[in-house]
Design a protein around this ligand. Structure first.
Ligand SMILES: *Cc1c(COP(=O)(O)O)cnc(C)c1O
Length: 253
């Protein structure tokens, strides 16, 4: 797991919220260890992205002090502001304080792509050709390189985002050919009312086919607080875990 060891200043005088977050991280780590043991997987193959949407920048700073290196956000306006506040707060960036990696995991309109390309390191929700082009232009404009995952729609329901399975190669090829983007793998959200393990097994098959053409596209982003065990069982490399670490969120308005 990539949640790391607490840094010394986190051990100095953690506030009540930091202790709560540390407990949440520990519970999630135990769940992952147990799922890896059952599945016969190495825990070092499974990375946690802590999804901090709706929670304040102060929580991201606390998580960074606890050793978290990967955070996920799903709305551009909120994510951009938080990235700015956290970048100002988490200093200095040194050998024992590597920078956070920001994962954009929400549905993304093409007109927001340029902004997201300015702060995100990885975009998990790339699901159409126009968005690939917009992200590439945005990355070029800010002199950055972005890792991209093809978000796969496992039930073909267009309202939830994601590329229908037959179109995955086309979107993947476009990312791989884009000068400022890297094709890192695939992502999915288990469809409602479906056995998550069956859904993640389908995602694993999509990933296997993709890797025959793009061997470096090894990331499988799958599994959230409620279904991370199923995702570990079916080969996920990255789990996107929010409420199990930070607490229940108010419903998105
Ligand atoms: C919010 C969100 C998560 C985290 O969900 P939890 O149930 O809080 O763990 C994961 N993936 C995506 C795409 C999300 O929007």
């Amino acid at each position: 797991m990539n949640t790391g060891q607490p840094s010394s200043d986190a051990l100095a005088e953690p506030d009540a919220r930091t202790r709560e977050l540390a407990t949440g991280l520990a519970v999630v780590q135990q769940r992952i260890l147990a799922a890896c043991a059952t599945a016969g997987r190495e825990p070092s193959e499974v990375h946690v992205i802590v999804v901090t949407k709706t929670y304040p920048a102060a929580d991201v700073v606390r998580l960074a002090a606890l050793g978290v290196r990967d955070v996920g956000e799903s709305r551009d306006q909120e994510a951009g502001a938080k990235h700015r506040d956290v970048s100002a707060a988490v200093l200095p960036v040194g050998a024992d304080r590597p920078p956070l990696r920001w994962h954009f995991i929400g549905r993304l309109q093409s007109n927001k792509a340029r902004h997201v390309a300015g702060y995100a390191d990885v975009v998990h929700s790339v699901d159409r050709l126009g968005l690939v082009d917009a992200l590439d232009r945005g990355a070029a404009a800010s002199g950055r390189r972005l890792d991209c995952l093809v978000q796969v729609s496992l039930d073909g329901d267009p309202t939830r985002g994601g590329t229908p399975v037959p179109q995955v190669p086309e979107v993947a090829d476009r990312i791989a050919a884009a000068p400022h983007l890297g094709l890192a793998g695939v992502m999915a959200v288990a469809p409602l009312g479906v056995d998550p393990r069956a859904a993640f097994a389908a995602l694993r098959e999509v990933s296997e086919r993709l890797r025959q053409v793009h061997p470096a596209a090894v990331m499988i982003s799958a599994g959230m607080s409620g279904d991370l065990e199923a995702a570990v069982t079916e080969g996920a490399t990255h789990l996107r875990v929010g409420s199990a670490v930070l607490g229940p969120r108010p419903p998105l308005g």
